[in-house]
Design a protein around this ligand. Structure first.
Ligand code: SAH
Length: 250
């Protein structure tokens, strides 16, 4: 699980929080930290707060965008402090940990944390399969990001220990059915979006809501790469017909 599961911190403003998150991870046996456009990193405050988890910081990967940070992931779960405008399935921390633990046996997975001040942007949330909101007190429900990492890392630890205890890993799945990677899914969404524009599906309306719903449908289905190839083949063939080019032979 460990190397297949990454903790992604997006746009962290305080380097101390990156250090504290690294420490929270290491205490729970996690080591793969991925940073998206951190404001200040590397930084002495990150080192100081990481304490004995300097190795986690030293190995942290840095990316410019969330899309790059999760390109090869087959399951991506967000964490958010508040009501979102992006409709997506809600998971408890426990259920999320369980799903991540199971899916990490088959491929790369990610758990994503947002900026201290503003959390995750809608464009980032849309890339995630589900979201976890810890049921904190409604008067003050926003945890420090490293504290949120600690709680989720603890749940991941429990999920992993339960598997180790009972030997009850989920049955190995047919690799053909493993969900596609984020980048493959995004390429499909881009193709679908171009196709809908080409057939003038939106009739002058904004494509946003329809595309969001389609995104949700396909993310819920978690199509496998071969299934995505069939869908893209259908789009490509109808695009050829629309353009008066005969479809290719299969
Ligand atoms: N004002 C921001 C707070 C962000 S807190 C907002 O409204 O979104 C920084 C990050 O810590 C969040 O993006 C999330 O990843 C995590 N976090 C904080 N409180 C949380 C909670 N109650 N449940 C889940 N994640 C939380």
């Amino acid at each position: 699980m460990d190397s297949n599961l990454r903790i992604v911190l997006v746009g962290t403003q305080h380097p101390g929080n990156i250090g504290s998150a690294a420490r929270a991870m290491k205490t729970m046996g996690l080591s793969r930290l991925v940073l998206v456009a951190p404001l200040r990193f590397p930084h002495a405050e990150a080192d100081a707060l990481a304490a004995g988890a300097q190795d986690v910081l030293a190995a942290a990967e840095i990316h410019d965008s969330l899309a790059d940070a999760i390109a090869d992931c087959r399951l991506v779960i967000a964490t958010t402090a508040r009501q979102r405008t992006v409709p997506m399935p809600d998971l408890s921390a426990r259920a999320a940990a369980q799903q991540l633990c199971e899916a990490s046996a088959q491929g790369q997975v990610a758990l994503v944390f947002g900026r201290e001040r503003t959390g995750l942007e809608n464009e980032e949330l849309r890339r995630c399969h589900a979201a976890v909101t810890l049921p904190a007190h409604p008067d003050y429900s926003s945890l420090n990001v490293a504290a949120a990492v600690q709680i989720l890392a603890y749940e991941l630890r429990l999920a992993r220990l339960a598997v180790a205890d009972t030997g009850d890993a989920s049955a190995p799945q047919d690799p053909e059915l493993h969900p596609a990677e984020h980048r493959e899914l995004e390429a499909f969404f881009a193709h679908l979006s171009a196709y809908l524009a080409e057939i003038d599906f939106h009739k002058g309306h904004s494509p946003e809501i329809v595309e969001q719903r389609l995104r949700r449908l396909f993310m819920r289905a978690q199509p496998a790469p071969r299934e995505l190839r069939i869908l893209r083949g259908i789009l490509s063939d109808s695009q050829r017909l629309l353009r008066g080019i005969p479809p290719r032979c299969r």
